[in-house]
Design a protein around this ligand. Structure first.
Ligand SMILES: [Zn+2]
Length: 329
């Protein structure tokens, strides 16, 4: 059930380039800061995150990483921040995707579509439900991740695997945008326009989102935790790591990433059995849910960092005038 699979795109060459530019533009636009507070209106200055919040810990982590890493210190501040946000945003999306597999398995839910699509939709819906500038940006970072994965696969000659259980990278990116604009056309129309999603698709995304949200909400309703119901035991652990991975072990432990995530999902659902979540050095890139255990490998965070390092500059390759082009209906 690993979330990342090499795959290539079915989309044409122009659309992905615009997609990347659009996501880059949104870094400083009305969508709001990934690690800031709830989404502010466009053109307002970014507010400092609330003291003690996850977002505030991210800011602190960035400071500490700069002090301990000469390589990171050499990067321009904006690029350094973007890199850290990219890695953490993608790890959060991956974690929620894997939890989607866990929800399907633990609650023994029916699923009429592909398992991997359902897990992606669970992650997207979870973030949309949180509904802050932070969670919006997690989704945007994940979409950027699929876009850059597509660029990487093309550059390295990785062939598309049409039989794969996962969708193609760009399809997964556009599914995120589709659900965002479907959930809230006013808020995310600019994003969908910038990624050149046609008007008629934006309209049908509303239907897709409504049906997806209704399906998940109907299935999950019996398992929503009432305030008087006890919380479940979720065991958390961070493995030690050496060499290049040591920085990820330290970062996620200090961020209290698992603790923050566990608090959210324990609050929301009445889990039938205890389970565990672990971050560790695996010897390979991966993340999965197996036997009531969510495992996220530090190698996956490293891969996201390398993906951004090697291809992140491609996000700057197209200028913003592309956003004014409207689609024909
Ligand atoms: Zn999966």
């Amino acid at each position: 059930m690993a979330v990342l699979q090499p795959a290539a795109s079915l989309a044409n060459a122009r659309r992905p380039a615009l997609f990347g530019a659009a996501l880059l533009l949104l870094l400083g636009s009305g969508i709001g800061p990934l690690f800031g507070q709830a989404a502010p209106p466009a053109a307002q200055p970014q507010a400092a995150p609330p003291p003690g919040s996850f977002a505030a810990r991210v800011v602190e982590i960035e400071r500490s990483l700069v002090e301990s890493s000469p390589r990171l210190k050499r990067l321009p501040a904006a690029k350094r921040k973007a890199l850290i946000e990219f890695v953490i945003g993608n790890i959060l999306f991956v974690s929620t995707h894997e939890l989607g597999h866990g929800v399907l398995a633990e609650l023994e839910l029916p699923n009429l579509g592909h398992d991997e699509d359902a897990a992606d939709n669970f992650a997207i819906l979870t973030a949309l439900k949180v509904g802050t500038g932070f969670s919006d940006r997690v989704l945007i970072e994940a979409a950027k991740g699929w876009y850059l994965s597509d660029l990487r696969d093309k550059a390295t000659g990785e062939k598309p695997e049409y039989y794969d259980a996962h969708g193609m990278n760009l399809q997964r990116a556009y599914q995120i945008i589709c659900m965002m604009v479907g959930a809230n056309p006013d808020k995310f129309k600019e994003l969908a326009d910038l990624t050149k999603m046609p008007e008629d698709r934006q309209a049908s995304c509303k239907t897709d989102f409504t049906f997806m949200a209704l399906s998940w909400e109907t299935l999950l309703k019996p398992y929503l935790r009432a305030p008087d119901q006890p919380k479940q035991k979720i065991e958390l652990s961070y493995g030690d790591a050496k060499g290049k991975l040591a920085v990820y072990a330290k970062t996620f432990r200090e961020l209290r990433l698992l603790e923050t995530f566990a608090e959210l999902i324990d609050e929301r659902y009445n889990w039938p059995r205890p389970f565990s979540m672990e971050m560790l050095e695996c010897g390979e890139v991966g993340a999965n849910w197996r036997a009531r255990k969510l495992r996220i490998c530090y190698e996956m965070a490293q891969e996201f960092a390398e993906l951004y390092r090697d291809y992140g500059d491609k996000l700057k390759s197209v200028q913003p005038q592309s956003k004014t082009k409207k689609k024909k209906t």
